[in-house]
Design a protein around this ligand. Structure first.
Ligand SMILES: *Cc1c(COP(=O)(O)O)cnc(C)c1O
Length: 370
């Protein structure tokens, strides 16, 4: 019989594209003894998680919940609940995750109107408006923080624009929530989804999702049943809402963890947290330039939580990442799709965004590249 050792994975410094390093307080909260998923004490936890999520999304939306599943589950919930066969959706495609949105929308019978741009670019108001003008669309979808490229899509005014043409405004804020201002209500976002393992520094496993009243109306007036039972918000909203009708068993320990992660965000304060992410990113960018490594994305729309850099000429991309992991215990990410082999992706998300981590990484890179 094969025997198995105690779990002995190392304590890595996670500076890749997610997951980020989990705060010790979150790990501790997750080891609390379990209560039942309908225990009155767990219902209190559920309420608090929803309140705290509204705080980080900066929204009043009643339907603000952690979807059971990773970011892709909340992404799929954002699509399957609002797209019915034949519905038109405009998707700004400039990276890996917008491609995934197209794939999901098509699977639910959506008619995808792609707006294509090279990876790393972002869309202007004019480009979006030109497409909205052509003919009505049900949804305009943009990726706020594109983790595959390190570009931050400006979304100010985009909600208003979408509404002007009768569309709902949907954003992917997986790599921005808790690290970069999302300001859901102020920006007129109707549907926003995220994940726990990026700037919230919780393990992967829940997908924060917030649905505005305009979108909720659309949901309640669907012609057909949502084609995905597990993610059907018309059912899930009763579990998280007033009646607490059992739908599925919430991942209780994950919710303990998320509650603590969100409490940490609140303790720090959103503005302080955004400033920390921005300042630390600037320190990283300056340090990288010093050792001859240049970011891919221009400063004007560069994301602070994830930096994509060009691999210097003559350097073996995968080999350096392997050495970083084996010799320095640091994880960074390689490129996806067209950028594979050409870039590294360095995440400074949540608890990972600290000066000592930047020094450690820069020191290691300096040694490995010299
Ligand atoms: C990580 C990520 C996702 C998917 O989240 P998973 O937790 O991997 O399912 C979606 N969109 C963006 C922008 C991401 O960075």
């Amino acid at each position: 019989m094969k025997t198995y050792t105690d779990l002995n994975t190392p304590a890595r410094l996670l500076l890749g594209a997610g997951p980020s390093t989990v705060h010790p307080r979150v790990l501790k909260a997750m080891s609390h003894p379990l209560v039942g998923h309908l225990d009155p004490q767990f219902l209190v936890v559920m309420n608090e998680v929803q309140e705290l999520l509204r705080y980080v999304f900066e929204t009043e939306n009643q339907l603000t919940i952690p979807v059971s599943g990773t970011g892709s589950a909340s992404m799929e919930a954002s699509i399957c609940n609002f797209i019915e066969p034949g519905d038109e959706i405009i998707i700004g495609v400039n990276g890996y995750f917008s491609e995934r949105l197209c794939d999901m929308a098509e699977r639910y019978g959506g008619v995808v109107r792609r707006l294509d741009k090279p990876w790393g670019d972002v869309f202007s108001r004019e480009e979006i408006e030109a497409e909205l003008k052509k003919k009505p669309a049900k949804i305009l979808a943009l990726v706020h923080a594109e983790t595959s490229t390190g570009a931050m899509q400006p979304i100010d005014g985009m909600g208003e624009l979408a509404h002007q043409y009768g569309a709902l405004f949907l954003i992917d804020c997986v790599t921005s929530l808790g690290g970069v201002p999302v300001k859901m209500d102020e920006r007129g976002v109707d549907i926003a989804y995220s994940g726990t393992q990026k700037c919230l520094s919780c393990p992967p496993g829940l997908g924060p999702l917030s649905i505005g009243e305009r979108a909720r109306e659309v949901l309640h007036h669907r012609k057909s049943k949502v084609k995905n039972w597990y993610l059907d918000l018309t059912l899930v909203e009763h579990y998280w809402g007033d009646t607490r009708t059992y739908h599925h068993t919430a991942p209780i320990s994950m919710n303990f963890g998320l509650r603590e992660a969100l409490r940490l965000v609140q303790e720090e304060g959103l503005e302080n947290r955004f400033r920390r992410h921005q300042e630390n990113a600037e320190i990283l960018w300056a340090g990288l330039e010093e050792i001859g490594i240049t970011p891919l994305v221009p400063l004007a729309h560069r994301l602070p939580s994830l930096t994509t850099v060009r691999v210097p000429e003559g350097v073996n991309e995968a080999e350096i990442r392997k050495q970083l992991l084996q010799e320095y215990n640091i994880e960074i990410a390689g490129g996806l799709g067209a950028l594979a082999g050409k870039v590294w992706r360095i995440g400074l998300m949540g608890y990972s965004s600290r000066k000592e981590n930047i020094c450690t990484l820069l020191g290691a890179l300096r040694n490995l590249l010299s």
